[in-house]
Design a protein around this ligand. Sequence first.
Ligand SMILES: CC(C)(COP(=O)(O)OP(=O)(O)OC[C@H]1O[C@@H](n2cnc3c(N)ncnc32)[C@H](O)[C@@H]1OP(=O)(O)O)[C@@H](O)C(=O)NCCC(=O)NCCS
Length: 310
Amino acid sequence: MNSDRETTQTSGMQQLADCCGAVMVVSRERRRGVRCCGIALGTRLQPGEAQRLSDCLQALAHPVRLQVLDLLARNQGQVCVCDLESALPVKQPTISHHLKLLCGAGLVAHERRGIWSYYFVRREALADLTSLIVAQLTAWSVSGPTPEATGSEANASPVAVSIGRAKRGELSAILSLLERCGLATAGLTDHLETTLVARAENRVVGSAALELYGSSALLRSVAVEEALRGCGIGQRLTSQALELAKRRGVAKVYLLTDTAMAFYPRFGFRPIPRDQAAPAVQRSVEFTGACPTTAQAMELLIERPRGERP
Ligand SMILES: CC(C)(COP(=O)(O)OP(=O)(O)OC[C@H]1O[C@@H](n2cnc3c(N)ncnc32)[C@H](O)[C@@H]1OP(=O)(O)O)[C@@H](O)C(=O)NCCC(=O)NCCS
């Protein structure tokens, strides 16, 4: 195998059945470094994302840490180190070591009461971790070949994603998604009725919300789970939110963005000065403070067939 030419026994192997049903193995030679197949491999999981996911999995990956999490989650704020020592088959230094790792990963925190420290799980951090891991595993478990590998259309979603109205029970998952995507959450709760979500395997993996102000609306909270970006979900969410605006008689849709200005022109949005937005929209939470002042305002005029009134 040290020679320039190597005999491949796996990828270069061809098995041919002869007419008697016996298997004939034909080995093919190839030069070192020469590819044996023509599929263009492309990874959507970038090194930084892979590192983050790996760190998260390592924070969980020990039986003692899993038992500690279980005990803390079921006895929130009531557990100190000596309680853990009596409940687990390991000594106090070992428990302290694992608690330190869990605290370092942000999954557990503690507060001092007298001379004792009481530990509790950070439920929001665990919810974020759940979404991160599940989104990635979902992407792998239900995905087909990536568009790059097949040359098919870029907006063919590799996971089974459905889009629908947000349910009240999905609010915390939406807020947590927005936080992970670095978007404002303030004020969204008041507009849940006109919020759409993308779901994969019953989990929220995307969102787009409309704030309705008479014949104007604010499009906000357009976000897609990082692991599922680039599959057309953001465009489907935006298109359906704009359809909803149309059905609700909206004539002008506005938005503020400092991260995706080049994403919206494909729907007909154009940049405008902030003070040209409809007055009611300018009084929204996003315009009055939730979004940075540097965010660009954009406007879309909804087209209707001649004679159709909004
Ligand atoms: C913006 C976002 C919702 C797009 O979702 P997505 O599912 O990745 O987008 P799609 O797969 O439907 O569309 C991909 C296309 O949008 C473009 N696009 C995606 N994100 C973009 C961005 N931030 N800025 C400009 N263009 C973007 C891609 O380049 C691609 O363009 P192409 O069709 O010309 O190749 C997603 O990137 C996201 O959640 N970003 C973080 C949150 C955010 O910034 N939201 C916007 C708030 S105003």
